[in-house]
Design a protein around this ligand. Sequence first.
Ligand SMILES: *[C@@H]1O[C@H](CO)[C@@H](O)[C@H](O)[C@H]1NC(C)=O
Length: 104
Amino acid sequence: MKFTATFATFTAFVAAAAAAGVPEPLAAQQSCNAGGVYCGTSLLNKGNYHDHIVQVLTAAGQPTDEAHINNSLFDCLSGGEIRFITFCGNGCGGTTTTNPDFCL
Ligand SMILES: *[C@@H]1O[C@H](CO)[C@@H](O)[C@H](O)[C@H]1NC(C)=O
């Protein structure tokens, strides 16, 4: 897992955004980037998303076991909000890159 590199990239991005005067209301929370697609694993690596993932899974009528928390795919909406897309029964790919995650 390239968490350190991903975090460094994220930090650099936030610094660049701040320098450019782009608002970053949720930067301290390390939210996902709107328009991105993330597996639970990636969201957990990014920030404190555990409780939010459980909420969204519950609202979508999904189980909230560890497999569903790690391996469900979410759309990232504005403000760091997430929306359940689907559960990846075979696990997630792309979680160690900055590209969108996907079901294996
Ligand atoms: C979920 O992810 C955590 C952290 O990577 C890991 O420790 C745990 O074994 C995973 N659980 C499942 C069911 O995939």
